[in-house]
Design a protein. Structure first.
Length: 355
């Protein structure tokens, strides 16, 4: 089996080892100094205030539309709109988790709890724990939870251990990837509730209360604005498109990029983040659709950099990598999906060969 439009596929590599110079710390120091000199790490409270307010107005207008036309099947037109706005909400929560919005930890947490737990039913604490571990060691097979073997696998070693239904999933995971993202909206809610067992004390109480409030509020909103049949179809469409949108935003970033050798040379911060990340070329529309995550390299190098500054830092990062001879990967949106899917297809090849 091969993916449409593919040439001959190479066998997958589990990990990649790239030699690092003896003093890897100095590679990042000068870039950090230049970025600070351009004030690109300074926060943009006004920009975020406008972004949050605009998103809130959009959500309010959508809910108003649901109230006004809920008795008609035309209400389903608002499900994709709500999915897109929920993705904007997730991006705001993501930025709060990285302290991009405010220098005050409490303020960021409150923004994250509102946009994550209350508005989306997605645990802010769970996301922060998982996402911070990813940022610390992207694509590291032993340390990055995003490449741990789960429904999907990302190395030939992980694939070799698959049996039964999981082996079937791995054989076809490239084709199943986008259909599976339709379930991501629900999965994120489930993970949040499961994570409450890890949390303790006041954090569990606050997180759990907000998660339950979201579920109850969502159900009440649907059931009081439209008939049951409409509500069920609306919820299915909304959650599926929300998951798909998030999958499309996160899939291009690291899948198919270098994976550090756990037993090999230690990469410095610059190489660890640049070699494992992929940027997406595009326009202002791309920036909006992907929530700034299309500047994945810059985001990983400077996680607390406000979203509107990422594009300004790109030219500096590219020039710095060019001077050091470090590959800087940037491609179009469609090609990024092709590369990610090809990698997943390659990983499953040994299991297909055994059939």
């Amino acid at each position: 089996m091969s993916l449409p439009g593919e040439s001959a596929l190479q066998r997958p590599q589990t990990v990649t080892t790239r030699p690092s110079p003896p003093d890897t710390g100095s590679e990042f120091t000068s870039l950090l100094r230049d970025v600070k000199g351009q004030q690109l790490l300074d926060r943009r409270p006004g920009w975020y205030a406008r972004t949050i307010a605009t998103n809130a107005l959009g959500l309010s207008a959508t809910v108003t539309g649901m109230v006004l036309i809920g008795d008609s099947w035309w209400v389903l037109v608002l499900a994709p709109v709500l999915a897109v706005l929920c993705a904007r909400t997730a991006f705001i929560g993501h930025d709060a988790g990285h302290a991009q919005i405010s220098g005050d930890r409490v303020t960021n947490r409150r923004i994250g709890l509102i946009h994550g737990n209350l508005l989306l039913g997605m645990s802010y604490a769970w996301w922060n724990d998982k996402h911070n571990r990813h940022h610390a060691n992207p694509n590291h097979i032993d340390k990055d939870p995003d490449v741990a073997a789960d429904v999907l696998v990302f190395t030939s070693g992980q694939a070799a251990a698959r049996t039964g239904f999981r082996a079937w999933l791995t054989r076809h995971q490239a084709w199943l990837f986008f259909p599976l993202t339709l379930l991501e909206g629900i999965a994120l809610k489930v993970y949040g509730f499961q994570d409450l067992r890890r949390q303790s004390g006041r954090e569990r109480l606050v997180e759990g209360t907000l998660l339950v409030t979201h579920v109850a509020g969502y159900a009440v909103l649907l059931l009081t604005t439209m008939p049951l049949a409409h509500a069920l179809v609306f919820a299915a469409l909304h959650q599926a498109l929300f998951g798909l949108h998030l999958g499309m935003a996160f899939a291009p970033n690291h899948k198919g990029m270098d994976m550090p050798d756990p037993d090999g040379d230690k990469w410095g911060h610059l190489r660890r983040q640049v070699l494992t990340s992929r940027n997406i070329k595009g326009s202002v529309l791309t920036d909006w659709f992907l929530g700034g995550l299309n500047y994945q390299i810059e985001h990983h190098l400077f996680p607390s950099m406000p979203r509107p500054h990422l594009r300004h830092a790109q030219s500096m990062v590219k020039a710095h990598c060019r001077d050091l001879g470090i590959p800087y990967t940037e491609t179009g949106l469609v090609d990024s999906y092709r590369q990610a899917l090809r990698h997943m297809h390659d990983v499953g090849e040994p299991l297909r060969a055994d059939i």
